[in-house]
Design a protein. Structure first.
Lengths: 100, 460
């Protein structure tokens, strides 16, 4: 699990990830904030293939999540804000139905 | 900013873009610097100014070497547009931007593309599992968020891998193992170029320090013939086959992969600039002259995006391209240009050695098992690509239509080189003959709402 390598500082920001309360630091990018909370699975690709952040620089599109209802947001490129509602973004399952 | 015109537009605020801006602004040219990240520095000097205050020592000298450049850039007077993505450069040199969901067009007399490098794909079985990241990604977390994971395993080769493993150790993190895939064959091909590399003693000394500290602090596994990530819904370990045939299994929830960097050619290719296959570095690079001028007279390419040279070479390349443009604007800088050319050659003197030493073998460039995912976006496996080849797909674009590899959001950044090499080995054609995906704008996905926000006239 990821942990801080420096004393933590900064204003605490509260967000939700699939209904679970998560705390982050002001200025964190969302992917880093979720990883700090032990979340590594961000979405599923085709065939229910689980995925999480890979490149952290906006190139791989593996960290896509739904933020405040908007899908396809790159978590590694977006700064957290108070009250942010984040959901895992799941690809259509084998029945062709999108869950989550 | 809509419909604004600038004399110089620089795309990318890494070392090349920042250094270029220092030269153009000093010459009095109206300059805009557009960057898709939230702060300057690119990837190599990411978050450098913000890290000044606490200045963690574990990031090392090579990182803080960029401080003066980043500070000068912050005060240079260029219009700086962070958090802004260029999704098209038209043939009339309009630059299409999108920032916070709104699209805009600007124009410029000269454009410097300084969009840097991306990591070479490393398609091993299980590399899509959560918990597996690129080494670059792990390093970004360390620089940007001061985050690291204990008991991680680093797998691959190349300076960025050793630097990041070293930074982990210096940050007090326990590194479970470094699995080094550099083989004897690479050493034999690189050694003849070692004398030339001696022109960069600082780099060699630094590399030796990283490797020495890594060996003293963690297990280093070498002579590796195959790698597989173990896990169902997330990474649980690495299975490593040695050339002796022995197998080593290591438990780990965080596994970082890396096998070098290649120019990020998505924008330069989508702009229609000429590219060539670089045999030494085994990647595509734009065709540029010594000043960075591309096949389009008004467009220059500086830094790793024009060929991998590292941060210091990139900053000089930025200076060189900018001074060539300043000269074309009627302010010749003969001595400065000569100086930058020589410095650039000097920094590049280590590349023939590094390129050969850290070019991964075909065993690692290509996937080893049928179920290994090649195209991460569309979840296309090696078997899927091979089936398309067996049905007669003869080139990257036809293959894309057959099996969707390369059709996803990353637009081939994660699979293009692998697919190209699989085609080349199937058809027996060279990499140059095989070619690459035909890249088209928008070079990053853009929403219809953002497009609709664009004020005319529209690009062709």
């Amino acid at each position: 699990m990821f942990k801080s390598t420096m004393p933590e500082k900064g204003r605490i920001v509260h967000l939700q990830f699939d209904g679970e309360a998560i705390t982050a630091f002001d200025g964190d990018n969302l992917a880093a904030a979720l990883l700090r909370s032990g979340k590594v699975k961000f979405r599923t690709a085709a065939k229910n293939d689980p995925r999480g952040p890979y490149c952290m620089m906006g190139v791989c599109f593996e960290c896509l999540v739904k933020i405040d209802g908007r899908p396809n947001q790159q978590a590694c490129q977006i700064t957290v804000h108070d009250g942010m509602i984040v959901q895992r973004q799941n690809a259509p399952d084998s029945a062709g139905k999108v869950s989550g | 900013m809509a419909n604004q015109h600038f004399q110089i537009a620089i795309i990318g605020a890494g070392p090349a873009g920042m250094a270029a801006a220092l030269t153009t602004t000093k010459a009095g040219l109206e300059t805009i610097v557009i960057d898709d990240q939230k702060g300057s520095g690119g990837q190599v000097y990411r978050n450098l100014l913000a890290n000044q205050e606490a200045s963690p020592a574990y990031l090392g000298k090579s990182y803080y070497d960029g401080t003066e450049l980043a500070q000068s850039f912050a005060n240079c007077g260029a219009v700086y547009q962070p958090d802004c993505t260029v999704w098209q450069i038209t043939n009339t040199h309009e630059i299409a931007l999108v920032s916070r969901g709104k699209a805009e067009l600007i124009t410029a007399d000269y454009i410097i593309i300084a969009t840097g490098a991306i990591e070479r794909p490393m398609p091993v079985k299980g590399w899509t599992l959560p918990g597996v990241m690129s080494v670059g990604g792990a390093q970004t977390l360390l620089k940007q968020a001061a985050l690291g994971a204990d008991d991680a395993v680093f797998v691959g080769s190349g300076p960025l891998l050793y630097l990041t493993a070293w930074q982990y150790i210096k940050a007090g993190l326990a590194v479970r193992a470094v699995i080094d895939i550099t083989g004897g064959k690479q050493w034999r091909s690189a050694i003849p170029y070692a004398p030339l590399a001696l022109l960069q003693p600082d780099m060699l000394v630094m590399g030796r320090e990283w490797l020495g500290d890594i060996r003293r602090n963690t297990e280093v596994i070498t002579k590796v013939s195959a790698i597989e990530i173990i896990g169902q819904s997330q990474a649980q370990g690495v299975s490593c086959t040695l050339s002796s045939g022995d197998k080593i299994d290591i438990d780990a929830n965080h596994i970082f992969l890396h096998q070098g960097v290649v120019p990020n050619v998505n924008l330069t290719m989508a702009t229609g600039l000429a590219h060539q296959w670089d045999h030494q570095a085994h990647c595509w690079r734009p065709v540029i002259d010594v000043t960075g001028k591309s096949s389009d007279e008004q467009i220059y390419i500086a830094g790793d995006g024009g060929g991998i040279g590292g941060a210091k070479a990139a900053a000089i390349a930025g200076r060189l391209a900018a001074s060539a443009i300043v000269a074309r604007c009627g302010k010749p800088r003969f001595l400065a240009q000569l100086y930058y050319k020589l410095r650039h050659l000097h920094y590049l003197s280590i590349r023939p050695f590094l390129d050969r030493l850290y070019l991964p073998s075909a065993d690692f460039r290509l996937a080893q098992t049928d179920e290994t995912i090649i195209c991460r976006c569309e979840a296309v496996s090696k078997a899927g690509v091979n089936a398309a080849l067996a049905s007669g797909a003869s080139g990257p674009n036809q293959l894309k239509a057959f099996c969707r590899a390369g059709m996803g959001r990353c637009q081939g950044r994660g699979c293009g080189l692998v697919v190209q090499e699989m085609i080349a080995s199937h058809t027996g054609q060279s990499m140059a003959e095989t070619g690459y995906y035909r890249l088209r704008p928008p070079v990053k996905p853009i929403t219809l709402a953002a497009l609709a926000s664009l004020e005319g006239p529209w690009p062709d």
